[in-house]
Unconditional design. Structure first.
Length: 535
């Protein structure tokens, strides 16, 4: 049978131990049909075959981000980008410019705040109220777990500070019981979000498509989408029917503490739902929040006496929820940043077991105790981690994460090398919109443990750095193993999916300080070219 797509005269790193390198690859009906040299592939050329001269390409298996928020992220990044602001003095001009742009009555919606700019003042909406002319403003922190809103927003949403939540969401108040504007976790943030204007379905659909094109342009062929619901499957069906879905998606169903067990059982019928480029079969849980806001669940309290509470008020209910899904053949994925959260998730998986061929997973694993480290390999649990989160860290521990964790726990941060050497599967990703979706930045951080180009900067636990090959595996073979698709994805091999990422040079051999500028020249998903830079 003639191939649909052939890339020849090129350099291919296959990650297939039987044939590690090649110069040509053919894809037929979305699957790799031949790998070898140009002579091997030439007989597959037919009248309708697209042949790409790959002399300028260095091809690797298509890159997959193992922790991503595609739909929430596309919506949340529509406001003003505040990631450039490091201090309140940086923040205020950005807000003034946005206020001038949108007018006096509209909401100033910003994203990407850092905690460090509020270390002296505390997180308060009155610190920037003048910059928005006393009007409505909602600013989200980079981690997605905290927001700060203006006094006018507190007033219009009728937030009192006396609200209660089933999880550990909180409206922070001052010594007089007056809301400061800080909203911790989704329940509290929803109090204000519900009075903000809602974008139209048409707007949101357009944002999703625009975002996907950007992901393809940095080499992503797939994502593990961590913000799913049954309605997400309907959206993906529509995208695929229109021929507009250009990334593979594994989509967990997000389980909330307020869900009853009966509501969870009603979702079990979604286990095998799938399309050509997407599928379900995963249940997602949060067992804690984040270290920076004191909501990461720790074995010992953080330096401010916080971090002692789980996200689910009753961990036993979380463990029962895991059992319900695990026994139904679902994979379970649990957000766990703190060491106690990681332990609780491992305990739940050990009790629940897993269906044949299913590997449960833990997301983030920011702090990991010596006691629990070997349990990942022992239980077959995948560590899904995002080393580029350390972009917010300071080598001396003066950042908010470091200050709360303290010096001893900082030594246990992002133990990528230790997990790999223990035999665990280590999948890598970004947690976009929390961090950049560009896998080149993620790979550079995994290898250097510092920002690219800053050779004089101290390393964050430099002994945990990965090699170039290990890092590429985290975005390819390990990403496939994380969703039990190692027989289909992560390698350039006959019978595997026709997904390719092509750089201007081999990313494994590229210095990490140069990696973030390495051009992505071609991205192929299911045999279809979704990004191409013409020479």
């Amino acid at each position: 049978m003639n191939a649909d797509l052939i890339v020849a005269n090129t350099q291919i790193r296959t990650l297939d131990s039987d044939r590690p390198t090649a110069t040509a690859v053919a894809i037929t009906n979305g699957m790799i049909s031949a790998v070898g040299n140009d002579a091997d592939i030439r007989p597959l050329i037919g009248p309708k075959t697209e042949v790409i001269d790959g002399r300028e390409l260095a091809i690797v298996p298509g890159l997959t981000d193992s922790h991503f928020h595609p739909f929430w992220g596309a919506e949340a990044t529509q406001g003003v980008d505040l990631t450039r602001a490091k201090t309140l003095d940086d923040l205020r001009p950005l807000l003034r410019a946005e206020r001038q742009r949108i007018g006096p009555g509209a909401w100033v919606n910003g994203w990407g705040l850092t905690f460090e700019m509020f270390q002296e003042t505390g997180i308060r909406g009155d610190t920037f109220a003048d910059a928005v002319d006393g009007g409505l403003a909602y600013l989200a922190f980079f981690d997605g777990h905290t927001a700060v809103v203006s006094p006018a927003a507190i007033a219009i949403a009728d937030v009192t500070g006396r609200e209660t939540f089933l999880d550990f969401s909180m409206v922070v108040v001052d010594e007089d019981g007056v809301p400061t504007g800080e909203l911790r976790e989704g329940g509290a943030m929803a109090l204000v979000r519900r009075v903000m204007p809602n974008p139209t379905a048409v707007d949101k659909y357009r944002w999703y498509l625009e975002a996907m094109r950007k992901w393809n342009a940095v080499g992503l062929i797939g994502i593990h989408a961590m913000d799913g619901s049954p309605e997400t499957f309907d959206l993906l069906r529509e995208m695929e029917a229109r021929g507009e879905l250009s990334v593979r998606m594994t989509v967990p169903l997000w389980q909330h503490p307020e869900f009853s067990f009966e509501q969870m059982r009603d979702q079990l019928s979604c286990r095998d739902v799938r399309g050509e480029l997407w599928r379900g079969g995963v249940a997602k849980f949060f067992i804690d929040g984040v270290i920076e806001s004191g909501t990461g669940w720790l074995i010992e309290p953080d330096t401010k006496g916080m971090g002692t509470e789980p996200f689910w008020p009753e961990p036993a209910r979380y463990q029962e929820a895991v059992r319900i899904f695990a026994e139904a053949g679902f994979q379970c994925a649990t957000h766990a940043c703190g060491d106690m959260a990681v332990r609780c998730a491992l305990d739940a998986y050990q009790r629940a077991g897993a269906a044949e061929g299913i590997h449960h997973r833990i997301e983030h694993v920011e702090i990991l105790s010596d006691q629990d480290l070997p349990r990942f390999a022992q239980l077959g649990v995948t560590a899904s981690m995002q080393p580029l989160h350390m972009n917010a860290f300071e080598p001396d521990g003066s950042d908010e994460w470091g200050l709360r964790a303290g010096p001893e726990r900082r030594k246990q941060a992002f133990r990528t090398r230790d997990l790999l050497e223990s035999g665990a599967t280590l999948a890598l990703g970004s947690d976009w919109m929390v961090a950049s979706y560009d896998p080149r930045i993620g790979m550079a951080w995994a290898r250097s443990r510092r920002p690219a180009g800053m050779q004089g900067r101290g390393l964050i636990n430099g002994e945990q750095a990965l090699t170039g090959l290990e890092t590429l595996a985290g975005y390819t073979t390990a990403a496939a193993m994380a969703v039990s698709e190692e027989h289909l994805s992560g390698k350039i091999k006959v019978g595997y999916r026709g997904d390719l990422t092509a750089f201007a040079a081999d990313p494994v051999d590229t210095d990490p300080d140069e990696l973030i500028d390495l051009p992505v020249l071609l991205t192929v998903v299911n045999g279809r070219v979704v990004h191409r830079v013409e020479s």
